[in-house]
Design a protein around this ligand. Structure first.
Ligand SMILES: [Zn+2]
Length: 539
């Protein structure tokens, strides 16, 4: 009789010892990327944000107020990759949304993969995978750390916003198909859509959301942060026009392309995130799961209407409400304080140049294709050669070596001449040889970002940098892609599990996110990670 309590004591000690060694982790990690969200949007509309969304994150969470993208170009695929790999295009291989492939003599899309097929659609929209991404992700590392017990799932209207964050070893990634208006995937992940995905698709929620016209949440006259509606420099919703009310109920033809340009696209993404957490029991299984959600409609609206539009303001006010509802859902489903959230962006956006010009501020647009034609025309006159530049993209020139070789033109001579031509362009601030970046006289911040963006195997030969306020694009709407603060300064707010309220104005980087998640979870950082742990958060 006396030996039993001793045995119990020993086994209790053993259990305690095991528990003491097992690292504490949140039940669920929720990575949120708000596509094209500038840092200033956290505050610009704050007086009309509710208490449950952005304001809950900023007041109860930790905000890294000066988070920058440490590379160029600041495009969607590169951004989503960097957030989740903690790496940069020089290392992770995702140097833009697409880039020129010399071997194929064509543009290559960041997620394209001809070896896989669409799941859930007969369109080609599912021929996608993360195989073009060279490094692994924090989601992959969580899977490795738990011997694949943890689930990692990515969701976004944009394929690249779902696929790259979810990682190579993801359980699934789901994105939006313009042909069917539903969520699809690829054979990289599965043979058939799960029943619960078919069920959400069968509800035809995009049709429901489109049937209600997009009107402003508050009376239009109260949008004092924005320019008056219906300006000539605004773009439009496809098949519709550029002013409120946006009569989406009357759209004909392919309405799903237009759907992505409305706040309903974000609503549908929240619907899918909740459905995924419910069906996959994420954060409810005794092991840490990771859901990576990216909201694409903020980007589509931003491109069409610009940061100073009523459309952008209204989209963020609506997003804030839905974010608040999502947190309440997570509180109930996973438990308050049991989930870890970070919210960031893949890039920001410039103001529309014509809008800036109205207020005497500099800005403008120039077109990559026009620059290519112009250099090639000049090269024909100077050297008597045709198509000396094969491609211009991501602010880089790819020279045609075989043309130069056949004409016996020294590549370095040609580069020197072409750089001189480029620098004569009124929109171009600087141009340099990517192979000789270390000897250029660029300011250190730019040099670092260009170096991080330069991939020795994939990038072009010459790089040009536009004047502040200028971008490659059309004169309607806006875009992003440059090193400038409006494109490269992103929000980064942490909230939930073990996060104490606070903020830092110290400069931090997009690449620090994955390193910090790794530290919080006590798992290995991704294999191409060059970021640092944001120590303020781990204290
Ligand atoms: Zn984007």
């Amino acid at each position: 009789m006396r030996r039993i309590p001793v045995l119990i004591l020993i086994s209790l000690l053993a259990v305690t010892a095991i528990h003491a060694q097992k690292p504490e982790r949140p039940k669920l990690v929720v990575g949120i990327v708000v596509d094209q969200m500038r840092w200033d949007y956290l505050y610009r509309y704050a007086d009309r944000y509710g208490k449950d969304g952005f304001n809950r994150m900023v007041k109860q969470g930790f905000s890294c107020e000066n988070t920058f993208i440490p590379y160029t170009p600041t495009y969607t695929a590169a951004g989503h990759t960097s957030v989740y790999t903690g790496s940069v295009p020089a290392i992770d291989g995702i140097i833009g949304n697409s880039w020129y492939r010399r071997d194929l003599k064509r543009q290559w899309y960041c997620a394209e993969d001809s070896t896989v097929s669409s799941v859930g659609s007969t369109s080609a929209a599912g021929k996608m995978s993360p195989r073009n991404m060279w490094s692994n992700t924090i989601t992959d590392e969580l899977r490795l750390a738990t011997n694949f017990e943890s689930k990692a799932i990515g969701i976004a209207l944009k394929d690249r916003g779902a696929i790259l964050p979810a990682g190579h070893a993801a359980n699934a990634a789901y994105w939006f198909d313009n042909a069917t208006g539903g969520w699809i995937s690829s054979t990289y992940y599965m043979k058939e859509l799960p029943e619960w995905v078919k069920a959400i698709n069968d509800k035809k929620l995009p049709d429901q959301y489109l049937s209600k016209d997009w009107t402003t949440l508050y009376p239009a006259g109260t949008y004092r942060q924005s320019t008056e509606d219906d300006r000539p420099f605004e773009g439009s919703i496809q098949g519709e026009d550029n002013s409120f009310p946006h009569t989406t109920s009357r759209l004909t033809g392919n309405r799903y392309e237009a759907f992505k340009q409305t706040p309903g696209g974000n609503t549908f993404t929240f619907d899918m995130a909740r459905a995924t957490i419910d069906a996959e029991k994420m954060g409810q299984r005794g092991v840490t799961d990771f859901i990576a959600v990216s909201f694409s409609s903020t980007d589509y609206v931003g491109h069409a209407f610009g940061p100073n539009s009523i459309e952008a303001e209204d989209t963020y006010l609506r997003f804030d409400r839905e974010l608040g509802e999502f947190f309440k859902y997570l509180d109930t489903k996973v438990g308050a304080g049991q989930y870890l959230v970070f919210l960031t962006a893949d890039h920001g956006a410039a103001h529309i140049p014509a809008f800036l010009n109205e207020h005497n501020m500099p800005g403008g647009t120039a077109d990559d294709a026009v620059i290519q034609r112009w250099i090639n025309t000049s090269a024909a006159k100077k050297f008597g050669i045709q198509k000396a530049v094969e491609s211009v993209g991501n602010y880089q020139l790819y020279l045609n070596y075989s043309v130069l070789d056949s004409a016996k033109i020294d590549v370095n001579d040609f580069k020197t001449w072409a750089l001189g031509e480029l620098k004569a362009h009124p929109a171009i601030m600087a141009a340099y040889d990517l192979g000789n970046l270390s000897t250029s006289t660029l300011p250190e911040t730019l040099k670092t970002r260009m170096t991080n963006g330069f991939n020795q195997k994939l990038s072009g030969d010459l790089q040009f940098i536009f004047m502040p306020g200028f971008f490659d694009g059309s004169n309607k709407g806006t875009t992003h892609g440059t090193w400038n603060p409006y494109d490269a300064h992103i929000p980064l707010v942490w909230y939930g599990w073990k996060i104490k309220p606070g903020k830092t104005n110290r400069e931090t980087y997009m690449t620090d996110i994955a390193a910090t998640v790794a530290a919080l979870l006590r798992i290995q950082m991704p294999n191409g990670c060059v970021g640092n742990v944001i120590e303020e958060i781990t204290r």
